[in-house]
Design a protein around this ligand. Structure first.
Ligand code: PLP
Length: 403
């Protein structure tokens, strides 16, 4: 019955991790996967997460009962405050429909299913974007189209191209935006540029679909990184936000996330939000019954306790600060070696990734000759660099660029 199936192509990032693990070169570097590494190149369990897990273990009332399909109400409420702001009028006016999801990817999937049921128009994604956006949209039998994002020549945002494409999209299109720390380019719009994007979206009656996987990673400040989302809401727009705690709490495999659908202000906005939430719950029921609970309980312990919340912010600053330091060290070493080309963008870009501008051939050479594993589009996860390997990395890139 299944004899005709061909093997699926391996996911490019997980395939690189496989190769990296088999490589015996003691100098090997993995800068492919978007997961934070400490200064010794090791996975990092946030100290605040360790504390919260201990509190959960000691809680005599903790159990493993099923949750409602929409998740635990108080958890949903606390997660909404992190991303929409604790004084968000949308939350106060009860016009936010929030449900628990299987991290950011699960949120995107449920959101796409919801959009298919309610809108069924193409979803516009940035060119380039995180590869899984296309896969999730296709898997939901929706269509994607691209809007311009990256200016390869200047290594910055192609804002005019972006605005033109949003202007040319049919009215009432869905626009998927990275809320901060754009993956893979590490390049976000400025506040002025966000305002211009919002203006076009409003004018064209487009629907905004925010993916927020890196809140706290871009600047080390949760409020700052949620600025665009909050601004769009302030402007009276209705939108979806997919929120992940994978990166900012280092809970990658535990799958903590939420969807928030913000309804625009009106007399019956809170009723609409309730109905939207029940639909999201219904979709969840048919796909996975209910979202996993361990990680969101850990998240909620941290969100509910002012001391732990403060400590979480400090832990995030440790991560984003080390990444910024590595950006500067790499950029300074390129300058010192007089590596052909400009390297300021490595320091200017933000979040987990840098879009280096290296070509596919150069990346292949880095992998084969130097055991430096990164994705073929020239994206590197800066978190994979540390004080011990940054020089080897820069010297290898220098060799590749010159040869
Ligand atoms: N969105 C973007 C842009 C990402 O880079 C990622 C992860 O790499 C995700 C969403 C989903 O993350 P997760 O499903 O692990 O929460």
């Amino acid at each position: 019955r299944f004899a005709t199936l061909e093997p699926q192509p391996k996911d490019p990032i997980f395939a690189l991790v496989d190769l990296y693990q088999k490589d015996e070169n003691p100098n090997k570097i993995n800068i492919s996967v978007g997961a934070y590494r400490d200064e010794n190149g090791k996975p990092y369990v946030l100290p605040v997460v360790k504390k919260a897990k201990q509190i959960l273990l000691n809680d005599p009332n903790a159990n493993h009962e099923y949750n409602p399909m929409t998740g635990v109400d108080s958890f949903c409420h606390n997660a909404a405050k992190v991303i929409l702001g604790k004084d968000s009028p949308a939350i106060a006016e009860e016009r936010v429909a929030t449900i628990q999801t299987v991290a950011g990817t699960g949120a995107l999937k449920i959101a796409c299913e919801f959009l298919k049921q309610t809108k069924n128009t193409p979803i516009y994604i940035s060119n380039p974007t995180w590869a899984n956006h296309k896969a999730i949209i296709e898997n939901t039998d929706l269509e994607w189209k691209e809007y311009s994002y990256w200016n390869q020549e200047n290594r910055n945002l192609n804002i005019e191209g972006l605005l033109e494409d949003l202007n040319n999209a049919p009215d009432n299109s869905t626009i998927l935006l990275h809320a901060c720390a754009h993956n893979p380019t590490g390049t976000d719009p400025t506040r002025e540029q966000w305002k211009r994007i919002c203006e076009v979206i409003k004018k064209k009656n487009h629907f905004t679909f925010f993916d927020c996987a890196y809140q706290g990673f871009a600047s080390g400040d949760l409020d700052n990184d949620a600025w665009a989302i909050r601004y769009f809401i302030e402007q009276g727009l209705e939108l979806i936000v997919c929120q992940s705690f994978s990166k900012n709490m280092g809970l990658y495999s535990e799958r903590a996330g939420y969807i928030h659908i913000v309804i625009k202000p009106s007399e019956n906005a809170s009723v609409i939000a309730k109905n939207v939430r029940s639909h999201l719950g219904g979709i969840t029921r048919a796909i996975l019954s209910n979202a996993p609970n361990f990680a969101v309980r850990v998240v909620d312990i941290i969100l509910s306790d002012p001391e732990l919340y403060k400590e979480w912010n400090e832990n995030m600053k440790v991560m984003s600060g080390r990444i910024q330091k590595m950006r500067k060290m790499a950029r300074d070493k390129f300058v010192e070696l007089k590596t052909p080309g400009t390297w300021d963008h490595i320091q200017q870009q933000i979040g987990m990734f840098s879009y280096t501008g290296l070509t596919v051939k150069q990346v292949e050479c880095l992998i084969e000759k130097f055991s430096i594993y990164m994705t073929k589009n020239g994206r590197m996860s800066v978190a994979g660099l540390n004080e011990k390997n940054v020089e080897y990395f820069v010297k290898s890139v220098d060799w590749v660029v010159r040869n």
